[in-house]
Every structure is written in C-alpha cells, then in structure tokens.
Design a protein around this ligand. Structure first.
Ligand SMILES: C[S@@+](CC[C@H](N)C(=O)[O-])C[C@H]1O[C@@H](n2cnc3c(N)ncnc32)[C@H](O)[C@@H]1O
Length: 355
C-alpha cells in the first residue's frame, strides 16, 4: 500500500467507487454522505475507511477533511455527485437550474479550492457533459491549475456487464491524466454475471443470501412476464395484457419496459429501480420474476460477498427501494478500479509511487 496517499470519497453512498479504488491499491480513508443508511455497507466492505455523515454543503466540511488527510499525505479527492438532476427523466420534467442538487457540483469545486488535492476524479451520467454546471466545474479546475480530462465512456469496455455510458473526469496537478483505455476484448454478459445464482420465485428470497430477494408480482404482471421473451418487448404479449398507454401512439416507443433481459449480451443500464419488472428491461431472462437485489449488485460489479445489510437484519427491515436505490446509484466497481489503476500509473510516472 502507498502510505503517504489519502483518498477521500465525497457522496460515497455504499462504496462502489471507494471499493474499486481500494482494489486498485489506493488507500481510501473516508467517505462523506448525508445518508446514514449507507454507513454499514461503506465501512463493512472497505477496511480502513470511516463513514462521515455530513452534508457536502456544510461550510465546515473542508476543515474536517483537512484533519482526515493529515498534514503530510498526498491528497486525492473523488466523488460522484447525485446524478438525478442530470438524468434524462429529470431533464424532461425540470431544468437542472431548478433542482438544487445540481448545485452540489459547485460545492465539489469549493472543496477542491479549499483543499487543493493533487488528484481529483468525478463520475456522473454522460449527459452532464452538456450542462453549464459541468462546464463551470471544468473551468474552475482549469483555472486552479489542474490538467483536466473528461469523457463519456462505455462501461462494457471496463468489464461492466451493462450497456452504460458514464462521464469520467480526471484532473491532476502533476500533468495530463487520462482514464486507461484498456478494452475488454469480449464484453461480459448477463449469463457470465448472474447465471450461477440459485433460482428463486417472485417475492422469494434465498436461504443463503438475504440480498438475493425479489419483489412480488401481481397476477397480471405474472401473466405478462410469462408472455415475455428474453430480449423481446411487450409487443410479444397477447393483446389483452397490454397497458392502456401501450395502445396509444405515444406508448409504442417504450418497448424496453416490462420485459426480460437476454442471457448472452450485457444488461441494460441498472437504474435505481432495477428490482421492479415495470420500470425497464428488468425481468430475469428465464425465471418469472424481476431481478433480485444481489443480481443488480453483481451487474454493478460489486463482489458477491459485498455485504449491504448487517448480519441478522430482519427481512421486514430490508427495504427493496432503499437498497435498490443505493445499488443502482453506485459507480460500477470495475469502472472505479480502472479509474484507480490510471491514477496509480500516473503517480508512478511522476515518481510519487514506486512499483
Ligand atoms: C450517485 S450516489 C453516489 C454513489 C457512490 N459514489 C457509489 O459508488 O456507491 C450519490 C450519493 O450522494 C449522497 N448525497 C446526496 N446529496 C448529498 C449532500 N448534499 N451531501 C452529502 N451527500 C449527499 C446520496 O445519499 C448518495 O449516496
């Protein structure tokens, strides 16, 4: 390990980004998030870290982070600000200026200005690249003297079995820094990732893994999934099963909801609602149910033993929507590992680290 480097992850959630950086050999010291429900998973799976329950908006946060970094460590600041203000759904409903969460990127820049970390990385939805708040973020870093690189990347090329494009920004005070462009020559598939898991019914849970649990389906949705073909659409269903909105002209384009994934290609983007049959192509390829929480986590490249709930948590205390949200919001661990590897190589090139 590299004792003289300290990484802090703001908006750390349950730790997808931190876990990937740790796997790449970067010592993550702390994660900051205002949702205490993320604390257990963040700390339990990421040894040596502390969860700091704080609002990133808190003006005293830089002072606290100054203590966490210590006076002599080389500072690395990473974070994935909430993506909802920039998601396509939110963009349809409101301008990003109306959603205060968009402002958190300005707070991110304020923290960089206060702490001057040597390396910075930020991850977000691809469409943020066109937003004024993002252009301002890049301009702020450039004006502070950072070499800034940003690109919307195809996560499949980094070992993530999902069709997912994400914006990765990397910035360094030492010189140009880019995400390593190493490409997987074969994309991982749904079968490679979840094909080995035990079969469970809709509304069921595995005896050996409390995360391998699925949402119940109504009688009507059970009939619909039985009529769904892997990789197909609701156009495969009998007429009487179709939703009223599907029958309208405007509903005809939404063919990738209420349907099954295909086994031998990557999955669609895992969203915060991947556990629900009606919100995307989130039906299991052959079992009559939506994805389980564990399947969503594996597709996000969390390791299978990543623990999201304390041992012996009662079933009634496991919230599908909360955990589904945390898993769907995470930076895929394999993408985070690629970010970490690129940082390590960069630090070696500049003589800060020795191999
Ligand atoms: C996109 S998720 C981050 C995912 C995380 N990096 C991972 O890889 O698992 C955004 C996180 O920001 C947190 N958050 C939202 N607003 C915040 C605020 N004002 N201060 C601190 N955390 C905030 C949310 O609770 C959520 O966990």
């Amino acid at each position: 390990m590299y004792e003289s480097i300290s990484v802090v992850d703001i908006f750390c959630g349950v730790g997808g980004l931190s876990h990937g950086l740790l796997n790449a050999g970067l010592p993550v010291r702390a994660g900051v998030d205002n949702d205490l429900h993320c604390c257990y998973a963040f700390e339990a799976n990421n040894p040596g870290t502390a969860f700091v329950e704080r609002n990133v908006d808190d003006p005293r946060l830089p002072e606290l982070l100054e203590v966490i970094y210590g006076p002599t460590d080389m500072r690395v600041l990473v974070g994935c600000a909430p993506c909802q203000p920039f998601s396509s759904q939110t963009q349809k409903n409101m301008s990003s200026r109306e959603d205060k969460r968009g402002d958190l990127l300005y707070r991110f820049a304020d923290i960089v200005r206060a702490l001057r970390p040597t390396l910075v990385s930020m991850e977000n939805v691809a469409r943020i690249i066109r937003q004024p708040v993002f252009r301002d973020f890049v301009a702020n870093l450039t004006q502070m003297g950072y070499h800034v690189w940003a690109k919307a990347v195809d996560c499949r090329k980094y070992g993530v079995p999902q069709i997912r494009r994400r914006l990765v920004l990397m910035a360094s005070q030492l010189g140009p820094l880019e995400l390593d462009s190493s490409v997987y020559d074969r994309y991982k598939t749904v079968r490679d990732t979840i094909g080995h898991l035990e079969a469970i019914p809709a509304g069921g849970v595995s005896k050996s893994d409390p995360l391998h649990r699925t949402q119940r389906l109504s009688t009507l949705n059970m009939r619909r999934i039985r009529n769904s073909k892997p990789g197909g659409t609701w156009l495969d269903w009998d007429e009487e099963l179709r939703l009223t909105c599907h029958k309208k002209k405007t509903g005809q384009t939404y063919t990738s909801v209420y349907t099954r994934m295909a086994w031998d290609i990557p999955s669609p983007t895992i969203t915060t609602q991947f556990y629900s049959f009606g919100t995307g192509r989130f039906g299991h390829p052959e079992q009559n149910r939506a994805l389980s929480l564990r399947e969503g986590a594996l597709l996000q490249t969390f390791p299978q033993d990543y623990s999201f709930v304390r041992p012996n948590t009662k079933a009634m205390d496991i919230s599908m929507s909360r955990l589904g949200g945390q898993i769907g919001n995470a930076v895929p661990v394999e993408l985070a590992k690629a970010i970490g590897r690129s940082m390590v190589e960069h630090l070696m090139e500049h003589g800060v680290l020795r191999s």
